[in-house]
Design a protein around this ligand. Sequence first.
Ligand code: NOJ
Length: 555
Amino acid sequence: MEKAWWKEAVVYQIYPRSFMDSNGDGIGDLNGITSRLDYLKELGIDVIWLSPVYQSPNDDNGYDISDYQAIMKEFGTMEDFDKMIEGIHERGMRLVMDLVVNHTSDEHPWFLESRKSKDNEYRDYYMWRDGKDGKEPNNWGSYFSGSAWQHDEATDMYYLHLFSKKQPDLNWENPKVRDEVFSMMNWWCGEKGIDGFRMDVISLISKQPDLPDGPQAPGALYGYADCANGPRVHEFLKEMNQKVLSKYDLMTVGETAGVTIEEAKRYAGFDENELNMVFHFEHVGLDGGEHGKWTDKRVPLVEFKKVMSAWQTELDGKAWNSLYLGNHDQPRSISRFGDDSEEYRVICAKMLATCLHMMQGTPYVYQGEEIGMTNMPFADISEVRDIESINAYHEMSEAGLISKEDMLRFICLKGRDNARTPMQWDDSENAGFTTGTPWIGVNPNYKTINAEAARADKDSVFHYYRKLIAMRKEEPILAYGHYALLEPDNESLYVYTRELDGQKLLVICNFTKDAVNYDIPAEFDGAQILIGNYGRTEAQGAIEVKPYEALVLKK
Ligand code: NOJ
């Protein structure tokens, strides 16, 4: 397989609002990030993916952009940005920016113009339609509750917004829109020197021309807006690749809601000239139910193994995987896939990290994951800040589908704010995140779970991540080795092998708090222990795998 720097890299995601506040306004900012670059260097990561820092009215915390070439006031200035990127590059790291071009903010000058009149030159930058029989143009629901259509008085027409009504969808059919986006991207690469893009919901940019009604589940309030992998999405991405991406040495990752393995081979195929890799959602959909993510269902291990293994084996040699368990839209990985109890949090966070980082693909660490940060015990809906959770709380309870009590419980399990509480730096007030009042509450467990304590403890989750990350540089088999699943039906253990150039790894992970017997295959007799979370020095033949143990053997 052809080598590439982004195939060997480990990425760290920063959610700037919650990472580090430098000026006491309670909101994280760019100078805060710059002040913590040495910490990221110590961790050993190669690439920072920065969630949006562009000018935005913050209806969706920066994923609603009103100026693509300006920095959000709360986050600082363009000079602060220049200082930050210089600091990143000086330390030998790279910067990947979020690209949010399925939609803009309704406060973007293009939309302010577009809504003025039917013949405005920006009208066709967005998706305007007439109503049908005095109602919305179709039955699509928005990802953030309610209809995906908003009526606009000025012209008595509706505009499409797959997310909030302050996030109108751009019309990618219009070549002028594409040119604007591409020239903005060229500016960030050419003028500002960034190293790549994470592309927000990029699989949704090409809509079916006739915008047909979507399937509506019994009891559901709206139809499904089936916009994923639309008819022209690959054409648009090839055009983007030709006009922008191919001109620089970038890393690109598409956030591709609704992507299948077959589609991923097109988005991220080695010969397709589109993107380097995509984020799929299959493993984070396994604990969904009748009302989507709003349930207390847990991820079934056998299903999880099946999904991860299919992506591992089917993309091998054809396209590249991204590896993640958490991000700013997902709950904390330790709480969701593991065990965040006092007894097992540390050991289990190391197990999850091992399980993910030993796979083929580019691993992503979400801020705080490297110290084992957990979900947040929100006690009341007034403590929640996320538009998705707040809207769903009201919509579900008002429709009588889920009670308020259950919704709050589900938000504590699945809501996006679990990942958005401030980074826990130390045990001082507000976890060292801010000297002011944080925009969202700090997790009360910061006195024990924080970066300073983790750095001081050689057995911490932090130092374990450092080892895993460093190992990826030393052992090419981690990036490039072929993957095979063993024990597919075992409900406790996740066991797999990697193989490259006559070398072989065996990865054993116990996903339960019970000890489990396992017979190590004879071909690993005399193998070296590459890494493990119990300090085991020998492993051969019949062993008892300890609670949440992770063990990697190399032969
Ligand atoms: C996906 C982003 O990750 C999420 O945070 C955002 O709300 C939606 N796209 C809309 O931009």
